[in-house]
Write a protein that binds this ligand. Structure first.
Ligand SMILES: Nc1ncnc2c1ncn2[C@@H]1O[C@H](COP(=O)(O)OP(=O)(O)OP(=O)(O)O)[C@@H](O)[C@H]1O
Ligand SMILES: [Mg+2]
Length: 381
């Protein structure tokens, strides 16, 4: 078992408030990714979990046992937490070979030589660096060193693995290979992994859960699908997804039974099934009434593009064309709104050409503009 729980954790460096009331539960076997812009507190969270930093308030438990309890002045040292940490800067020992670096922890524990050899060979093999066993870190590329650091972390089969941007030094191809490798590793080892990245594709690919941070506040923690389909705030919506999600300004018009009417500057939209997908829009309507400002969010792939006029579609000019090999991105002007649409495959359009677009309304999220909070969820395709 290895379940980690952070409750109302606050961390300050001097007077700077870094982690703000962070509540986070990491279940046994989770691949939890901490995601957010630079400086939002991802590394600090790992340091607090591992015991390299102590929070000023809150509680951190591992398997129900308090490892950081500032109220009682109780902090377990890192060595007593049965976890292993790989940092952004991976700090291999320069005077030791790759083999010795990876073997070090086992040697300290005085394991049998034959056993050590077997375990190290296995870890090097997993990270595809078996051929470098006798080299020194200075004789390896950054990416190879990073893989040695991961091998060193997994060789002792820790219950919890903390990885802080372990793929940041790899080139694009190796990065994709290593993503698949890490995913396999997670399955094989059945370890709880806490992973830090600011690469959202990596987060969506690898994780069983994603925790999105902004400025020390944990804004949303859920499965990759839920984070992608129903971002809880406009900020999360904008941060997740490439190309970016589209926003359209509108205002509430009517709510009758299960139907919500929204007025936008390009016309009226009606959303059905409101009760089933309610994220609070009924309460918002009750409180603010018609005219309340909302923001509609729709992903580029949920905009349908037609060269011919179609019923229910809006006409708009193509303002820019961005072919990207396997997909075609179109920039469109809908009234005052700039929209990005994504089509699979290579399509032929011309800049200036008029096209007709359909918005998959089921896939739209509605946010209250003032607070940026989700009030109507999208419906699964
Ligand atoms: N030892 C320290 N003393 C003072 N401030 C620190 C210290 N370590 C981190 N900080 C500050 O805390 C904030 C959060 O830092 P942290 O390293 O957790 O960010 P991060 O999310 O990991 O960012 P990145 O993606 O750039 O690695 C930053 O503003 C940083 O400057
Ligand atoms: Mg960091």
């Amino acid at each position: 078992m290895s379940r980690i729980e952070l409750s109302k954790v606050n961390k300050y460096y001097d007077r700077e408030h870094i982690l703000k009331d962070v509540d986070l539960v990491i279940e046994q076997g989770d691949f939890m990714t901490l995601l957010g812009p630079s400086g939002c507190g991802k590394t600090t969270t790992l340091r607090v979990i591992s015991g390299l930093e102590n929070p000023q308030s809150g509680l951190v438990t591992i398997d129900g046992v308090a490892v950081a309890d500032p109220d009682k002045g109780k902090f377990a040292p890192p060595s007593k937490r049965n976890l292993n940490l790989v940092f952004q800067s991976y700090a291999l020992w320069p005077h030791m070979t790759v083999f010795e670096n990876v073997a070090f922890g086992l040697t300290v524990k005085k394991e049998a030589k034959s056993e050590i050899r077997e375990k190290v060979a296995g870890a090097l093999e997993k990270m595809q660096i078996g051929e470098y066993a006798e080299r020194y870190p200075s004789e390896l590329s950054g990416g190879q060193q990073q893989r040695v650091a991961i091998a060193r972390a997994i060789v002792s089969q820790p219950k919890i693995l903390l990885l802080d941007e372990p793929l940041s030094n790899l080139d694009a191809k190796l990065r994709v290979d290593m993503r698949a490798e890490l995913k396999r590793l997670h399955k094989d080892l059945n370890t709880t992994i806490i992973y830090v990245t600011h690469d959202q594709v990596e987060a969506l690919t690898l994780s069983s859960k994603i925790a999105v941070y902004f400025e020390g506040v944990l804004t949303q923690c859920n499965t990759p699908e839920e984070i992608y389909n129903n971002p809880s705030t406009l900020r999360v919506a904008e941060f997740i997804g490439n190309p970016k999600i589209n926003f359209l300004k509108g205002s509430l018009k009517s709510l009758s039974g299960d139907k919500l009417g929204v007025e936008c500057d390009f016309g009226a939209l009606e959303f059905g099934g409101v009760k089933g997908r309610d994220g609070g829009v009924a309460r918002l309507f009750e409180r603010e009434g018609a005219g309340c400002g909302v923001t509609l969010a729709i992903r580029p792939e949920d905009i349908l593009v037609s060269q011919k006029e179609m019923e229910g579609f809006f006409s708009c000019p193509v303002t820019s064309l961005l072919p990207a090999g396997s997909e075609t991105l179109l920039e469109l002007a809908l009234g005052d709104n700039q929209l990005m649409a994504k089509e699979i495959g290579q399509r032929r359009y011309e800049v200036g050409q008029t096209v007709w677009i359909g918005l998959k309304q089921n896939r739209m999220n509605v946010y209250e503009s003032a607070q940026g909070k989700l009030v109507l969820r999208a419906i699964e395709d």
